[in-house]
Design a protein around this ligand. Structure first.
Ligand code: FES
Length: 111
């Protein structure tokens, strides 16, 4: 599986998220990463509720308090580090995780 470079860790705030459209893969993948201090997680940008994107605006994936990933469609809340839904219509389900590697402060996904 190819390893795809995304960005440097220090391009993200301590708690932050950023979306990426991976056109190097076939099919292309719509993903986002979440930094929670030292933990970096990557997820498919697909809500378990309707299997569409979680965001309407670029890079807006977190709740206002940055405690959770929030789906803009119906307000589902997901844990930052696990992607597990703790509130909303898909309560108990999880986002699909993607393997992440950090190499010399650069974030990669293996997809
Ligand atoms: S589509 Fe995400 S909560 Fe409904």
């Amino acid at each position: 599986m190819p390893r795809i470079q995304l960005c440097r860790v220090d391009e993200l705030e301590d708690i932050d998220a950023r979306g990426f459209e991976l056109t190097q893969t076939d099919p292309a993948h719509d993903i986002f990463i979440v930094r929670n201090y030292d933990n970096i997680a990557a997820y498919q940008n697909s809500c378990p509720h309707n299997h569409g994107p979680l965001n309407w605006l670029p890079d807006i994936f977190l709740s206002d308090d940055k405690e959770y990933i929030q789906c803009v469609n119906h307000g589902a809340l997901f844990e930052l580090d696990s992607g597990h839904c703790i509130y909303g219509p898909c309560n108990g389900q999880s986002l699909t995780r993607i393997d992440v590697e950090i190499d010399d402060h650069i974030i990669y996904v293996v997809i």
